[in-house]
Design a protein around this ligand. Structure first.
Ligand code: F1P
Length: 330
């Protein structure tokens, strides 16, 4: 609930760093779990803002299937993301790629003194973020925000930077909007949760399922919005809640999809800028002060609150998921 204050600090940290701007062919974002889902959102944002090719790869894949992702004749910037900076797969990937002169590396972490930070050429260290919970919440929003600021900064997109500067205040008000979600999180008849998001929001949809799984052990799924029609829609019934991130480019298609889901008995929650024509069971309107790409972090508290409120309602400890530790090591 205090993540807006940390976002202010994150903004200052990124703005104070002088980054290496030498050209590469590919920017590859990597991490595990929450940090991998963050990589998906960050890569899509980075490519849209800088115009440079960006991809996201799970850290385990990077050392297990290196040739599947790394081409020998191309230059890479590998951006490793990890709250702890000690997760095995991220360390193994960075160690595996170290010494290749066509690869430069950067770490984004909440602990600047860890092995990952020491392995990379550049570092964004958000040392103020010290989450006690096993589950990543403000570390996710802050590391994603840091990478958005980074992309806007190195591409000199002052238009993007001006919008990003509004995010801490917008996140503060989003954090105060949790009450509206209680009709979903305190309704025991709602048993199945699906999160839909496309483009950069696909990373958010994936992270939303992870939050709900970790905090409540509920089985849930995520898809790119229109992919949902190609099979998964067959599971929708009266016990299903679909949480859909809408954007300017998708709104027309989203409206039709929402109607189809409702016809099958599903309850639809929409998060985003919603036009008058768009109808859903619950609408969480984001601010129109910034565009879809820049308001990614403003959308984060809503799905974190869905998971948190559901955990409290079900009597689960949201900070200590079953079968999970703060750092996962092989
Ligand atoms: C990532 C991660 C999280 C998970 C749990 C354990 O760690 O696997 O996705 O929710 O907190 O750690 P990190 O590499 O970002 O520290």
């Amino acid at each position: 609930m205090t993540q807006d204050q940390k976002l202010e600090k994150t903004k200052d940290i990124v703005q104070s760093i002088t980054f290496n701007e030498s050209a590469v062919d590919v920017v590859l974002f990597t991490g595990c779990g929450t940090s991998f889902y963050l990589a998906i959102a960050a890569a899509r944002y980075y490519q849209a803002v800088t115009g440079e090719f960006a991809i996201a790869v799970p850290a385990s894949e990077l050392f297990l299937h290196t040739e599947t992702y790394i081409l020998k004749n191309k230059k890479y910037l590998i951006i490793g993301i990890s709250r702890s900076g000690t997760t095995s797969e991220i360390i193994m990937s960075l160690e595996h790629l170290k010494g290749d002169e066509k690869i430069r590396t950067m770490a984004v972490t909440c602990n600047g003194g860890t092995p990952m930070a020491k392995l990379t050429d550049e570092l964004i260290a958000l040392n103020d973020i010290s989450e006690k919970s096993v589950v990543m919440t403000q570390s996710f929003s802050n590391m994603l925000y840091a990478l958005q600021l980074y992309a806007a900064k190195i591409s000199r997109r002052t238009d993007m930077m001006e919008q990003l500067e509004k995010i801490p205040a917008l996140v503060k008000s989003a954090l105060g909007n949790g009450k509206q979600l209680l009709q979903v999180t305190e309704d025991a008849t709602k048993k199945r949760f699906i999160f839909l998001g496309s483009g950069a929001y696909n990373g958010l949809a994936k992270e939303a399922t992870l939050k709900l799984k970790e905090m409540t052990q509920t089985e849930c799924e995520s898809y790119s919005n229109l992919e949902f029609r190609h099979g998964p829609i067959s599971i929708v019934d009266h016990e299903t809640v679909v949480i859909l991130f809408t954007q300017n480019e998708t709104k027309e298609y989203d409206q039709a999809l929402i109607k189809d889901i409702q016809k099958l008995g599903g309850f639809v929650v929409v998060i985003g800028i919603v036009s008058k024509e768009l109808q859903a069971d619950l609408i969480l309107n984001l601010s129109n002060q910034v565009d879809d790409l820049n308001r990614l972090v403003e959308a984060v508290p809503y799905f974190q609150l869905i998971a948190y409120q559901s955990a409290i309602f079900k009597g689960c400890n949201p900070d200590k998921p079953r079968n999970l530790t703060q750092v996962v090591n092989l």
